[in-house]
Design a protein around this ligand. Structure first.
Ligand SMILES: Nc1nc2c(c(=O)[nH]1)N[C@H]1C(S)=C(S)[C@@H](COP(=O)(O)OP(=O)(O)OC[C@H]3O[C@@H](n4cnc5c(=O)[nH]c(N)nc54)[C@H](O)[C@@H]3O)O[C@H]1N2
Ligand SMILES: Nc1nc2c(c(=O)[nH]1)N[C@H]1C(S)=C(S)[C@@H](COP(=O)(O)OP(=O)(O)OC[C@H]3O[C@@H](n4cnc5c(=O)[nH]c(N)nc54)[C@H](O)[C@@H]3O)O[C@H]1N2
Ligand code: SF4
Ligand SMILES: [Mo]
Length: 790
């Protein structure tokens, strides 16, 4: 059978009801019978579904879910079943490009790499390595990030390296570090198979992790179904299945969570012996949340007190609980402060470290976990603490370099700061790989200005001519998933090997090869004069990474490519745990000891770093840390001029800036254009009908979107952020034209989930239409402007 279902029409497929043991269902879509199958995993979200790539005559012709894979038991969602079509898109980049006289022109690899090396040397000589910046991704492979991290830290010694993971899951990492001492999810997907209660906070799992949602749908259809609580201001696919759906105003997660914690504590159903033996900070929490009565929560958040009580009742009495948090928490006000309240809920009820009890501080991108583990986001590899001299000495020994060459004298530069330095001119070299900031960063007018800045040398390494690539000085054509080999670690610490199935098009090269080539040309050496990067293949890079993780919480030493070919394995995997580990913290001992922890943490309100001395003075010595947080109002709020809240997010059929999903015919057809979602009440108030073109304006920019009415709270509008300009350069429609340059004080994750906007029907703005040129710049309107409405 070529296709087991039409996943566009039937997103989640048929139910296979279960309790305890999730049945296998193999989903498949091929366009023709493959010659052979190559084992891999899906690259279109952090769920990490195991799959096989069907190949015929050197081309990908389809995929099928891997039946024995612990993550998906054979299932795949619409993106997984269709996204591979992008590999064979006719507009792939196949040759390097160099800007000459203002125009990007084809060049050889030799010319492009020589230019990059020449510029690197020149800039370092004149301005030191502090002028070198790297903005990477959550979509490369582990081996690629590790190579990048080593060349950045020990080769160039620059602290300016971060990923788009800053926009994505920096808060997941921050919340895990704040509470448990290091990154790494405590639980496992198998917790969903038995849990009594599930809580999703700001996570539209039905659309964004479709296969994990199938697991939940199958529980809901089976014996002993779990109760589902959803906290989201919109009526999402996820919310539709909720037993209790709390719809708070955007930016009010802390009051809602504090209100729930308060009721749970008041009910007396807390696990006092767990709290006493395994945590610190409970008294402070109790004091803080005591102020958050259901009535006060209702006033501030709009969540009816009765609903909050009902949710708290479930959370106070359940004997197992799986919680997840994602962008409705991470990209909103008080991101880390809200995310740790989810951890606190589990800690005060002792619902951690055993089957049925999982906390998913979710990831989004397929390899965001690896960016963090390897230190390509500026963290130190294998969760080492840059403030811990012993940890830094370990790295220096592993890389055979002088410890002073590893930048650890101050916290790493986070992405928003890297862009600011580029704006201010102190960063003069910005190497962007596998991310499309000209659509995905907040406040796009500013991003475009930075990318075009005189004196900033921009390299873009991508598979397509993206909105960002248009501004580059050098464009490097990258091989992508299916065309190279490497590992991906998903949300629940499961490591998959994804294998090369076909050759990349034209001269496109694997990112690993590009980084290795750069390191060789830059002649980075270790203390003894040997090459710093001692590997050339992915498998060799993996072996080097394994050594780097020895004895660390994310211990990979028990894994090999050969073992990974049998299926996904959860870290830590070592001699003690040769088959991997499903649950961390089963003994209630956390990585919070001063010698052990990945970070000393931050003050939740100011973001002020806690010093090693302060931390040591109150060493939690393995107890989890309960952090209390009070409410802080958002800095931008609706007012007379901009009376509505804007929130942004995703659709089930598209991945980010659609470089892949927009090139699959079926996915593109399923969600062809951007829109603005508004409530019935607001539609009436503004006299707007479904499909009318609406101008949405914030203090930073304007877009034009067709209206879609319903399923959202009055006063709130929603725009999906997927739609940039590569396939429609005419209309200003990217949600990030409107968003704010502002971030969480702890995780430094930008706030995409709220901004103040105003709306009006586009008929009134014909003369000043929003038209963009090829480069995404707003063209002045006037007589050349096509009419924007019928
Ligand atoms: N189909 C699809 N799946 C994807 C992706 C994709 O692009 N498309 N991307 C992947 C990636 S990288 C990520 S990070 C994840 C993201 O996955 P999600 O976080 O689930 O996706 P979003 O739509 O960004 O935001 C989730 C929800 O937050 C709600 N929200 C907004 N403001 C608030 C608030 O103040 N409080 C609360 N409680 N909720 C709020 C929104 O209404 C929205 O429904 O998805 C991954 N999976
Ligand atoms: N308003 C708003 N903005 C948001 C968000 C939001 O919810 N609202 N969400 C944020 C989040 S969570 C995320 S994760 C970001 C995502 O934002 P981006 O990272 O900008 O999104 P992508 O479209 O996934 O960009 C990845 C790029 O890498 C390329 N690529 C894919 N594979 C490879 C490879 O193997 N090698 C190389 N070199 N290139 C490759 C793709 O073609 C694509 O151009 O957006 C953020 N921006
Ligand atoms: S849930 Fe995520 S990993 Fe699984 S098939 Fe869908 S996009 Fe791919
Ligand atoms: Mo993300």
């Amino acid at each position: 059978m070529e296709q087991t279902r039409d996943s566009i029409a039937d997103i989640w497929g048929d139910r296979t009801p279960h309790y305890g043991d999730w049945p296998v269902r193999v989903d498949q879509r091929v366009t023709t019978e493959p010659d052979h199958w190559v084992q891999s995993a899906c690259v279109l979200c952090s769920n990490g579904c195991g799959l096989e790539i069907g190949v015929k005559d050197g081309c990908i012709v389809g995929v099928r879910g891997l039946d024995r894979d612990p993550v998906n038991h054979g299932r795949l969602g619409p993106k997984g079943l269709h996204g591979w079509e992008a590999n064979h898109s006719p507009d792939r980049l196949t040759k390097p490009l160099i800007r000459r006289d203002g125009k990007l022109e084809e060049a050889s690899w030799e010319e492009a790499m020589n230019l990059i090396v020449e510029r690197s040397r020149d800039i370092i000589q004149k301005h030191t390595s502090l002028a070198m910046g790297f903005y990477t991704s959550g979509q490369l492979f582990l081996e690629e990030y590790y190579t990048l991290a080593v060349l950045g830290k020990a080769g160039l010694s620059t602290p300016h390296m971060d990923g788009n993971t800053r926009l994505c899951t920096a808060t997941a990492a921050a919340a895990l570090k704040q509470s448990f001492g290091t990154d790494g999810q405590p639980g496992s997907y198998i917790d969903l198979d038995t849990t009594e209660t599930i809580l999703h906070v700001g996570h539209n799992i039905a659309s964004q992790h479709t296969v994990l949602w199938m697991r939940i749908l199958d529980r809901l259809a089976g014996p002993n179904p779990p109760k589902l609580i959803v906290i989201d201001p919109r009526r999402t696919f996820t919310a539709e299945k909720a037993h209790i759906h709390l719809m708070p105003r955007v930016g009010t997660n802390v009051p809602v969570m504090n209100g729930l914690l308060n009721l749970v504590i008041e009910s007396g159903q807390i696990d006092q012996s767990f709290i006493d033996a395994h945590t610190v900070g409970f008294d402070e929490l109790k004091k803080t949340v005591a102020n958050w009565t259901p009535e006060r929560v209702e006033e501030l958040t709009g969540v009816p007190a009765s609903q909050l009580r009902a949710a708290a009742q479930l959370l106070a009495t359940t004997s197992t609980l799986v919680s997840s948090a994602l962008q409705g928490v991470y990209q909103s006000m008080q991101a880390t402060a809200a995310a740790v309240q989810v951890n606190n809920l589990h800690l005060i009820r002792g619902l951690i470290g055993r089957p049925g009890c999982g906390i998913y501080q979710m990831n989004g991108q397929p390899t965001a976990q690896n960016t963090r583990e390897t230190g390509a986001d500026g963290d130190m590899p294998a969760f080492r603490n840059s403030g811990n001299p012993e940890h830094m000495n370990q790295l220096a020994r592993i890389w055979n370099v002088d410890v002073r060459n590893i930048p650890h004298w101050s916290p790493p530069t986070h992405a928003m700061q890297i862009w600011r330095y580029a704006e201010q001119g102190s960063i003069k070299f910005l190497w962007i790989n596998a991310t499309n900031p000209a659509v995905s960063m907040p406040d796009l007018a500013r991003v475009r200005q930075i990318l075009q800045k005189e004196g900033l040398f921009v390299i873009v390494q991508d598979a397509f001519m993206t909105e960002t690539a248009r501004y580059a000085d050098v464009v490097l054509p990258a091989a992508i998933w299916g065309e190279k080999t490497g590992c991906m670690t998903n949300v629940d610490r499961t490591v998959h090997l994804t294998q090369k199935a076909i050759e990349p098009p034209g001269e496109a090269k694997a990112d690993l090869d590009i980084f290795v080539d750069y390191a060789r040309r830059m002649d980075f050496r270790d203390k003894d004069g040997a090459p710093l990067i001692k590997w050339t293949t992915a498998e060799e890079a993996f072996a080097a990474w394994r050594e780097c993780t020895r004895g660390r919480p994310c211990d990979y030493t028990g894994m090999t490519y050969e073992k990974l070919r049998r299926g996904g394995i959860q870290w830590p995997c070592n001699e003690e745990h040769p088959d991997g580990t499903s649950h961390l913290y089963t003994d209630g001992v956390f990585h919070t000891g001063a010698d052990d922890c990945e970070a000393y943490g931050y003050d939740m309100t100011t973001g002020g770093a806690i010093t090693p001395e302060e931390y040591k003075a109150n060493d939690p010595k393995g107890r989890a840390i309960i952090w209390a947080a009070d409410y802080e109002p958002p800095h931008e709020q609706p007012d007379q001029d901009y009376p509505l809240w804007l929130t942004t997010g995703r659709l089930v059929y598209h991945f980010h800036t659609r470089t892949k999903t927009g090139r699959s015919a079926a996915l593109a057809k399923a969600a062809p254009d951007s829109f603005v979602q508004i409530s019935d009440q607001d539609a009436q108030a503004y006299n707007i009908a479904d499909g009318d073109l609406i101008e949405v304006e914030s203090r930073r920019g304007r877009v034009l979107e067709p209206a879609r009415i319903g399923d959202i709270e009055p006063g709130l509008v929603f725009i999906p952020f997927h739609f940039g300009y590569w396939d429609d350069p005419k209309r200003s429609r990217a949600a990030n034209e409107l968003t704010l340059t502002e971030w969480d004080p702890v995780s430094k994750q930008p706030h995409f989930k709220y901004a103040a906007v105003r709306i009006r029907k586009a008929t009134e703005v014909d003369k000043d239409a929003l038209v963009l040129d090829q480069a995404g710049q707003r063209v002045n309107a006037g007589s050349t402007t096509p009419k924007t409405t019928e």
